[in-house]
Design a protein around this ligand. Sequence first.
Ligand SMILES: C[S@@+](CC[C@H](N)C(=O)[O-])C[C@H]1O[C@@H](n2cnc3c(N)ncnc32)[C@H](O)[C@@H]1O
Length: 265
Amino acid sequence: MQANVRQRFLDDYVKIRHAEGRGSRESDYYFALPYRDVTGRLQDQWTIRGKSYRYLEKRVLAAIEKQFGRPLRIADLGAGNCWMSYRLALRGHQPVAIDILGDPLDGLAAGRHFQQVTPFLRVNAEFDDLPLAGNSLDLAIYNASIHYSTDYRRTLAEVRRCLRPEGSFLIVDSPVYRRREHGEMMRRERHQQFQATYGFASDTLQSLEFFDEEMLAELGRDLGIHWRIYRPWYGWQWAMRPWKARWKGKRPPSRFWILAGRFAS
Ligand SMILES: C[S@@+](CC[C@H](N)C(=O)[O-])C[C@H]1O[C@@H](n2cnc3c(N)ncnc32)[C@H](O)[C@@H]1O
């Protein structure tokens, strides 16, 4: 990524994230994630994120832990404030939190809150160019982050280089649509909303911003990925969203599936 593009993306991103009320000066805020937003500002979002993470621990991570039978070397890619690296370290693993954002409220520097309880590595780097040795990871997790990629093939080829043959990667809390046109509508709506609210569209990076089912099949075929799809239950209100959207004549909402990918050797 060119340095000036990266800087413009980060400037826009931080402006929006701070305006949305993310982050806190208090450590309590970070320790309560992903289940509770102690500021109360974005509790609805964190309720969903908490459900995804609880499901991930119980249904996905537990099986991977059993497969290896030892602490895992895990990359938390697009780690943000590092809450997930902290949770993974508490489970006895060796996470490395990687992000291009160093921000003290919302980026890697916020990970300082956790260091006295359980230290882990934090590295400022792009997920398309990981400063990690080949075959060095058991697991890579993109939590609400891979949809910032501008090219999933390049991003996933880089993680394939770093994963051991028996390793795998997980995509959590990234929007998945049945059809591409619905994802493209969502992207246009978001940019219009940013333009109206902040005076810029936040589109410097040309992020892909979503997956669709055809895209997943193409990536699987081209990169030799075997996908396993998990569908967490987020409650009745969430389950009713597609029906409500249809009733109102709107595009279908995204789904937050957990995608587990394994590369054919
Ligand atoms: C929505 S936040 C998610 C943060 C965290 N994983 C979480 O679950 O709260 C997305 C993160 O991806 C990071 N990101 C975006 N593009 C990236 C890239 N190319 N390489 C590494 N991180 C990136 C952003 O800086 C941001 O911290």
